[in-house]
Design a protein around this ligand. Structure first.
Ligand SMILES: Cc1cc2nc3c(=O)[nH]c(=O)nc-3n(C[C@H](O)[C@H](O)[C@H](O)COP(=O)(O)OP(=O)(O)OC[C@H]3O[C@@H](n4cnc5c(N)ncnc54)[C@H](O)[C@@H]3O)c2cc1C
Length: 292
């Protein structure tokens, strides 16, 4: 049924990196919800496995005294949804995690696996982009940190070098405090369905105006994208339907959706404009404001 040539169970992150160095062809297995499908399809790129699914080092959510939140890459989506720190401070991440697949998948699928799989449809990618998450990566030379911005380099591709493993996600307080945030997913079914379009927004408001917004879309381009034109269109503008309309117009310059069996390009563009207004309106509410 499977065509596995080698299987190694890592005892620690250091051990996993050493195993990856010894066998450059090896692929990590965390929750396995993407890897097992590749194994089932006898994908030759998944013949050598390094199993990290039960490493305690990769699990859990912690917060420092200054409000710096660290989420282990092996934390499952069920654990994220249930965690009070994530619920309180990172509502856009909780909202995205809650619509991934169904409960059985969420019990094993990990945040790290979702991001490292590199899919533009990965539901946790948009909230990670708007919170400007920093990634902690174990390398054969030690630990390095990099931004989630630019981590997705193409369909199914992320900026990990040989022997590297994503250890944790870091959320700085200045990227979530005093801001409202929200996520939306449009899919053909309410559960067990990949996004037709997914999005997240974060906004800071002041005296009835947008101080800044961050907007990200999934399945709107070959990789999850931040929307620079739309973000620029909001700065300093009043919290009105007219501003939302200007953002919805500007966002079309940030995306390049394609036609697939799931949806036509024109329908995706319509969804992107509509959802950009809806997700920003929700983020404004979270920030304590209201669109007039
Ligand atoms: C029925 C079903 C429904 C699904 N629905 C959704 C959905 O609605 N939304 C959605 O976004 N996804 C969905 N998925 C996809 C999948 O569940 C997610 O992408 C999941 O989060 C992957 O995590 P995992 O731990 O299972 O990763 P794995 O399958 O173990 O790994 C995925 C990839 O990431 C790599 N990897 C894993 N951990 C690390 C790490 N720490 N460092 C470096 N590389 C790593 C692996 O080598 C592999 O290439 C669905 C899958 C199934 C089977």
């Amino acid at each position: 049924m499977y065509d596995i040539e080698s299987y190694h169970h890592a005892d620690s992150v250091t051990h996993a990196v050493a195993l990856l160095v010894q066998n450059p062809e090896a692929r990590l297995l965390a929750g396995g919800t993407d890897v097992l499908i590749e194994l089932h399809h006898l994908n030759p790129r998944f013949r050598h496995i390094v199993d990290i699914h039960d490493l305690p080092e990769l699990r859990g959510v912690t917060c420092s005294g200054s409000g710096h939140i660290r989420i282990g890459s092996g934390t499952t989506f069920s654990e994220l949804i249930d965690h009070p720190l994530v619920q309180q401070h990172l509502p856009a991440l909780t909202a995205s995690a809650a619509v991934i697949a169904g409960p059985q998948i969420r019990n094993v699928a990990t945040y790290g696996g979702n991001i490292c799989n590199g899919a533009t449809s990965a539901d946790s990618a948009c909230p990670s982009l708007i919170y400007e998450t920093e990634l902690e990566i174990a390398t054969p030379q030690g630990t390095r940190f990099t931004s989630i911005n630019g981590f997705h380099t193409g369909p199914g591709k992320v900026a990990l070098e040989a022997g590297e493993l994503l250890v944790a996600f870091h959320f700085k307080p200045e990227n979530y405090r005093n801001k409202g945030a929200a996520s939306f997913k449009y899919a053909m079914r309410n559960a067990m369905d990949i996004s037709t379009i997914g999005c997240s927004a974060l906004c800071e408001i002041n005296a009835g105006r947008f101080r800044e917004i961050k907007l990200a879309f999934g399945v709107a381009a070959p990789t999850p994208v931040r929307c620079a034109h739309a973000e620029q269109a909001a700065i300093g503008q009043p919290l009105t339907q007219e501003t939302l309309a200007a953002i919805a117009e500007a966002v079309t310059h940030d995306v390049s959706p394609r036609t697939s069996w799931r949806a036509e390009k024109a329908f995706r563009l319509h969804l992107i404009s509509t959802l950009s207004k809806r997700v920003i309106e929700q983020a404004v509410k979270q920030a304590g404001g209201e669109i007039q």
